[in-house]
Design a protein around this ligand. Sequence first.
Ligand code: 44T
Length: 843
Amino acid sequence: MPSATARAKRVRRARRTPRDDPARNELVSRSLESAQQCLLNQDYGTAFVHYLLVLNLAPVLKDFARESFRFTLFKWAEELDSLGRIQDLFDCYEQALELFPTDEVILNSMGEHLFRMGFRDEAAGHFHKALKLKPDFTEAKENFYRVANWLVERWHFLMLNDSRRNQKYQQAIRKAVESGCSTVLDIGTGTGILGMCAKKAGADKVYACELSKTMYELACEVVSANGMNGTIKILHMKSLEMEIPKDIPERVSLVVTETVDAGLFGEGIIESLLHAWNHLLLPHENPEEPSSSPALTGRVIPAGATVFGMAVECQEIRRHHRVCVSTAGGLSLSIVQDFHSPVSCKRDADDSMEPYTTERLSRLPGGYAPLTEPFCALNINFNSVQDLEGLCSQEPIRFNLPVTQAGVLDALAMWFQLHLDEEISLSTGPQEDTCWEQAIYPVQNHYVCVNPGDELIVEISCEDAYLRVHGVAVVRDGSVVISLDDSDDSPSSPTAEAELCSALACLQTNHGRSLEACVLECSEIALLNNVRYHESFRRALDKLVTGLRPECVPQGDDEPLYVLDVSEGFSILALVAARHSSVKAFSSVEKEQHQAVLSRLAQANGVQPEALEFWLGRSDDSDAAGLQRPSTEKLWSAIVLDCVETCGLIRQKLMDKAALARCLLETGGRIFPQRIVMYGLLVESDTLLLESAVQGREPTLGFNIAPFINQFTVPVHVFLDLSTLPCKHLSDPIELFVLDLMNCSVNYSHREVKLQATCSGRVTAVPFWYRVHLDEEISVSTFTEDSHWKQAAVVLHQPLEVSTGDTVRLDIHLHSSSLSITACKEPASYSTHSSLTINNRFS
Ligand code: 44T
């Protein structure tokens, strides 16, 4: 509340600066002129300062100057960004927002900068504000959907929709509170559900902490919407930073937490509980002298956990972690032995490696086969400081697992049972119908076949509080036949005999080792394994090259054909093109290590060094992504664009890139692919609904949580495995949309498609995928079992009831890379089998 003196001062100041002050008007008009002149001279920094002065002195000019001011700000911000003057950049945005606090375009643009700098919470706040100001602001919507996924991870929806899990926690908390635990701390409260359970069960004092700002804010809203405002103290902090009495006044008798990930310890539960026992919890009951009052002792829900594991064969895991092919697109890959996915828990793995990945085994395309019985790997008591401390200092434990089924050893899969108390537990196993995934420890670099009778030696450790699991060796008839442990200093180094065996095994499969490890993303490994994709590209490129340089023409001094591959990440397509003696290929592969691998592959495949160049940072304009002429007087014969992201969405700015690429093609030149066609179908899938929004109050124990967390619902689901998605197909697949990269004039941004329901049910989603047409004859689909792409789906705002034979109209909008689909039933009289199309050209 401003004080009376401050108000008086402002009134006086206003009186001293009347609008018709001639000196001031003169200053305004001269500054405005200077601003415009600087803008013309592209001196954006000075123009910006002039505009600030003008608009602060003469706010009446705001409407008039808004557009130029925004333009100046964005240009100046770009410059500051490229100079690394980040603080100045944000200062400028703040000054701009003081002048235009409700300008959605400025808010959105500042959000984009914040996001790029890694300030996701703040970015989300800006996109959210921009959207509130203008709900149909497409860019802000697209941006918000992107950050929503970062801010509130999708598993929150799954966990909150898992009523059985919620009920079990509620039951365990109620029992503990009723038995006398009256002060409770919920560590990692998320939306506040466990804290609210404790309060509802009658706890006197409930505290909760949450490290994510977005989740903390959500928890505050949720708690107050459930009438518990002021009865639960929520702190925005990591539990490890909490102190008594600064943050909470007293030690608590109960800690509740579900800060566990698929690998149990990945959210830091060991460290959090050790800290809690040392600083936040009352001492645990001494088993020798049981205390009469649980209010005076401390305990934890969950009380402990048992970790299980088994070895599996799984082709889907294999093709994402190990290059299984020896040739791709006519190139031999065999000199590169050590393509690694960034998942390894070997001793020599560096910080950039994750010890495990997560998958829901039951949903992996192609399934999996257990090679051993499940084994119990670890038992931990969260109520024992000794157990918690011992875990990390403990030597690795070895297990000898009898192989029960013949197969290829692809991974060790781990899961756990969480013992909430002595009676209540929940399991994250692959057979359970829960929201949980399993932790996957892929076997890299070794192609190991095991047989019944073999024994697999597995080592489990918990260094740095991560569960680490790796296969050590395979024992056959009492001796080690295959060693899986590559590290030299390993205490589990194999015997000389075993080494010989493993060298032999390598000889059979590896043709000797010649390159150090090359780390590729899982999707890049799957891409290399995608034989069909590379073969199709090879054929299409060969056709183009022979078309432009018929064999009969002597090559002599001919100018080479220039081919540019601007695929994202790792790609060997430039090299596939460079096999032709008439081609000079350029690759946009950025990482040094990847360039080295490409150069080695070029050498091994007899490609002349000058036939492959790296094409990086040639353009100042980041949007152009390297799209420039190969040389001043030459144009490209082919440009390879990477159109579909692994997650199943069209790449952002694809059509802008295609437009640019078209201008850089010689006559007869091509963009690969030339066209992509999107297909989709109607499905009923409760799974997709559960992953996208909390379904009312029922799953969340009657608490009102859904409207708050559902603000972070996004309509498009990515990284789907459509072949294993639990769903009922309600129509045949249909063409939804066509994007022509070679001829922009035939494109549209909106289309209506009609299709017939082949089954009765509730349409909840429209999954979609693409056929990527390299040329008129050659195409690949993004929905095949060897695809490195996943699929995506639009979840409808409202499910649509249909009966067999009903006609459903889909309204499809594509703006940049953001897709929206609405569905409605057509009245029976209009029913038709054919689809009707409305074409709106891309602007
Ligand atoms: N994901 C499971 C992991 N936190 C669950 O910020 C199962 C993943 C999953 N707050 C598919 C399915 C599933 N102090 O909001 C988070 C986190 C917070 C803390 C304060 C601390 N020491 C921590 C540690 C974590 O706790 C919340 C829950 S973590 C649960 C992780 C459905 N994919």
